[in-house]
Design a protein around this ligand. Structure first.
Ligand code: TRP
Length: 340
């Protein structure tokens, strides 16, 4: 709880790629809704990205791009706190302290690490740890530090990240048990899975789930002409124009439904079911809806991405705010552990 009386929600976003419309529906939109309810903190997890990204220019670009995206999408820097993880060095002190109360066996069971070992086993490698760096292994401890350092009440993340939040709660429990003498020095966070993540996923330009790893995404801030081309590439079946069509089995309609107003969605649904609307026409509608919705966001994004824009100052101000909280929590931790 903060002076505003609202609970703190914290979300980290790993800057490892260009944001796409699947991210918008799955992560950004729910985050905008949460920002109404909570004292919301968002940070760019650039140190987490370092476990895989090896290109400094790319890491810098992705970090700024993710921050610019979330701000352009409507997060108000006056009301929320947005910062770069690497601007809060307190994270590392807490990471080490937490690693001293974290069972190694628990890290052995972390999903991402286990998956890497399974892949090695499948490909017949003798060393199951081949290609696994310590950053990947320690990833959950760093993430626990991110969360616990801000006294987070809730952590809204997708299902793929839920184990990490459970680990953070577990590690906080161990710390409180070992050093707290019964007092809750670290706040135990709760997991919140945004609704959008429990239901449908957005299809990509090949009809499979939209995902960077399938290379089938529609980037969020594509210029109009390119956006139109990509929308045209979404696969459709060969039902003739005049025949009735099932909206729910159409990727184009499934995307439209997430971005159009309920009125437009209902109208298009009726017209598809009645027949007489071709896939080409539906794609034009989808393009118009996307372009109208994303156009203003794209303009703001482009502004923020210009060298010398206010993005740098916004992130610096966010880090100042975050560090005030971080120092307070770390003060309690130092006191409890005997580190001076
Ligand atoms: N691991 C998260 C992801 O891959 C990013 C992340 C890092 C995070 N630290 C966090 C999310 C703290 C929530 C809270 O998406």
């Amino acid at each position: 709880m903060t002076t505003s009386g609202r609970k703190v929600s914290l979300t980290g976003i790993k800057p490892t790629g260009e944001p796409h419309i699947g991210n918008y529906i799955g992560a950004i939109k729910p985050a905008l809704e949460l920002a109404e309810q909570y004292e919301a903190m968002y940070f760019i997890a650039d140190y987490h990205a370092l476990t895989t990204v090896r290109d400094p220019e790319l890491l810098r670009h992705y970090s700024r791009s993710v921050a610019a995206t979330w701000l352009a999408a409507g997060l108000d820097p006056e009301r929320i706190t947005m910062y770069l993880q690497s601007d809060v060095p307190e994270t590392f002190e807490l990471t080490w302290i937490l690693s001293c109360v974290t069972a190694k066996g628990m890290m052995n069971r972390a999903h991402a690490y286990k998956a890497a070992r399974d892949r090695n086993a499948e490909s017949g490698k003798e060393d199951l740890d081949a290609g696994v760096n310590m950053g990947t292994y320690n990833y959950p401890v760093l993430m626990a530090a991110d969360i616990l350092l801000m006294d987070s009440d809730v952590v809204p993340v997708g299902k793929d990240q839920s184990q990490h939040v459970e680990y953070a709660a577990d590690i906080a429990g161990s710390f409180n048990h070992l050093f707290g003498g019964g007092k809750p020095v670290l706040k135990i966070p709760a997991l919140v899975v945004p609704e959008a993540d429990t239901g449908k996923t957005l299809p990509g330009t090949d009809g499979r789930k939209m995902s960077k790893s399938y290379d089938n995404t529609i980037p969020l801030f594509l210029e109009s002409a390119k956006l139109k081309k990509l929308v045209r590439r979404i696969p459709t079946d060969s039902t003739p124009v005049e025949d009735p069509k099932d909206p729910d089995s159409s990727s184009v309609f499934q995307i439209l439904e997430q971005f159009a107003t309920p009125d437009v969605t209902t109208d298009v649904r009726k017209r598809l079911e009645a027949g007489g609307v071709g896939w080409g026409e539906l794609k034009n509608t989808l393009f118009e809806v996307l372009d109208e919705k994303l156009g203003p966001l794209r303009a703001r994004y482009d502004e923020l991405m210009l060298p010398g824009s206010e993005l740098t100052d916004l992130l610096a101000a966010g880090a100042d705010k975050a560090r005030v909280r971080a120092r307070e929590v770390l003060g309690r931790v130092r006191e409890a552990t005997g580190i001076q």
